[in-house]
Write a protein that binds this ligand. Structure first.
Ligand SMILES: C[S@@+](CC[C@H](N)C(=O)[O-])C[C@H]1O[C@@H](n2cnc3c(N)ncnc32)[C@H](O)[C@@H]1O
Length: 451
């Protein structure tokens, strides 16, 4: 039994069983099993690929087994999903995929080894495209077909479609769903003024002036002691949109309201240091506040990290009695824009989360707007393209703030960061990035000035 498959199975089972996060558990399991680099890569591909495409594999397994997947014992279903992934989405030879799966079944559910063998042999009789056609035919509706074939819950398919249709780009839905199923490249940020130019470190990103990719990204991160960091290009653009919205005046006060785990805080800290501004971070979850402290440690700027509820911001207590000049509100959200990166997330979120989160986002936005100094700028950011969390939350907040708020030309500011123009839709007051169009997470960015 290959150690990579055992690690993948363990992580997939823990995700199902104990609500584990694959991106946190997998590296620990790889280390514990002392996997070689090649086996670690295989375990990662198997784990992430199986979790992302679980909806499709479940539809295939249900047809091949002749019963709904909820009638299959959970450990057996995990073995089947892992086997289906190898058969339909990797170059693993059919006999190896089936035999390894049967061996795994003997370990975790011995009575089901024959069943696993029979189901996977049926799965192996069609190519992936053939299964897609069959799964689409068996689905009850066009949306159910899209959901099953492209492996997203149906409500997420509808939410993503609504986000694209708002831009008149509904025809990009399948491209978006498939971009969510691909592994994102490991993207890096070189903290400006502290890490050298992206050109000197690797292949510069298309859009972010501080972003890059490199052949051995993690080695580069280790070598630069936190001044080169793993960070999505869209996240970099969101932080830089605020730090470069206007030239920094000496002594400006900046605040990051929802800072954990601190990726954007680190970039803002480097920008604040270069421009002569100060920066305070806030985060409600103590463990995540600790991650923020670690993220900003490589920047030679003192960044106090408060542990508090952002809805109760008190600028005076945070050292800015007159209010802050720039505030980043990277709001807690469903994360539907980062599904590539968090393979199990799509199966955990529910529409009920959206209602709860939009209420929280509105309260945080009000508190952040109150904490701005006159003339100060708020960046409202989500890593979700769900229109309730983007235009919905923002639009209601703007109604409440009335004439006190002025929407800035966010698109113009983001375009100015980038060498090639970004293909952006909308009226320019907000920016929506997309994995399929920009190769970034689906970040939403809106800059608002307090008059
Ligand atoms: C989208 S994440 C921020 C990501 C971060 N900006 C980065 O780039 O690494 C949102 C954060 O808000 C925090 N949060 C949730 N509710 C909050 C609240 N009421 N006050 C402050 N922080 C909150 C979450 O714990 C989470 O760390």
């Amino acid at each position: 039994m290959s150690p990579a498959r055992l690690v993948a199975y363990d992580v997939i089972a823990a995700v199902r069983d104990s609500d584990a996060y694959a991106n946190l558990l997998l590296p620990a399991r790889i280390e514990r099993a002392r996997l070689s680099e090649a086996d670690a890569a295989l375990a990662t591909e198997l784990t992430y690929g199986t979790l992302r495409r679980q909806g499709f594999y479940d539809a295939v397994i249900a047809i091949a087994a002749g019963r709904p997947v909820d009638a299959v014992d959970a450990p057996v279903l995990d073995v089947l999903r892992l086997g289906a992934h190898q058969l339909l989405s990797t170059r693993v030879a059919t006999h190896a995929a089936v035999n390894e799966s049967v061996a795994l079944a003997r370990r975790v559910a011995p009575a089901a080894a024959g069943f696993v063998n029979a189901v996977l042999r049926t799965v192996s009789r069609r190519e992936s495209d053939g299964w897609r056609e069959l799964v689409a035919e068996e689905a009850g509706s066009p949306d159910q077909a899209l959901a099953a074939v492209h492996s997203h819950p149906r409500w997420v398919v509808r939410a993503l479609r609504a986000g694209l249709e708002r831009e008149g780009r509904g025809d990009e839905l399948v491209a978006l769903l498939e971009a969510d199923n691909a592994s994102p490249r490991v993207n890096l940020a070189a903290l400006p003024g502290l890490a050298g130019d992206p050109e000197a470190l690797g292949e510069p990103d298309r859009y972010s002036p501080v972003g890059l990719t490199a052949d051995r990204p993690l080695a580069l991160v280790a070598e630069h002691h936190g001044r080169v960091r793993v960070q999505d290009e869209g996240s970099q653009l969101a932080a830089l949109a605020l730090s470069r919205v206007a030239p920094v005046r000496d002594g400006e006060r900046w605040l990051d309201v929802c800072a954990g785990p601190g990726g954007k805080t680190a970039l803002l800290a480097a920008e604040a240091l270069a421009g002569g501004a100060s920066l305070v971070a806030n985060e409600v979850v103590p463990a995540r506040a600790e991650l923020v402290r670690r993220a900003v440690a490589p920047v030679p700027l003192e960044v106090p990290v408060h542990e508090g509820d952002g809805r109760e911001l008190d600028p005076a207590a945070l050292g800015a009695p007159g209010g802050f000049d720039r505030i980043l509100l990277d709001a807690p959200c469903t994360g539907l824009g980062a599904l590539r990166r968090r393979p199990e997330a799509r199966w955990r979120k529910t529409p009920a989360d959206v209602a709860e989160l939009t209420a929280l986002q509105g309260d945080l936005a009000d508190a952040a707007f109150r904490a701005l100094a006159p003339g100060g700028v708020l960046a409202y950011v989500t890593c979700s393209p769900h229109t309730a969390e983007t235009h919905g939350t923002l639009g209601r907040a703007l109604e409440r703030w009335g004439a006190a708020a002025e929407q800035l030309d966010t698109a113009g500011i983001v375009q100015a960061l980038s060498r090639p123009p970004l293909d952006l839709a909308g009226d320019g007051r907000t920016v929506q990035l997309w994995p399929h169009r920009h190769g970034t997470d689906a970040m939403f960015i809106a800059l608002v000035r307090k008059r």
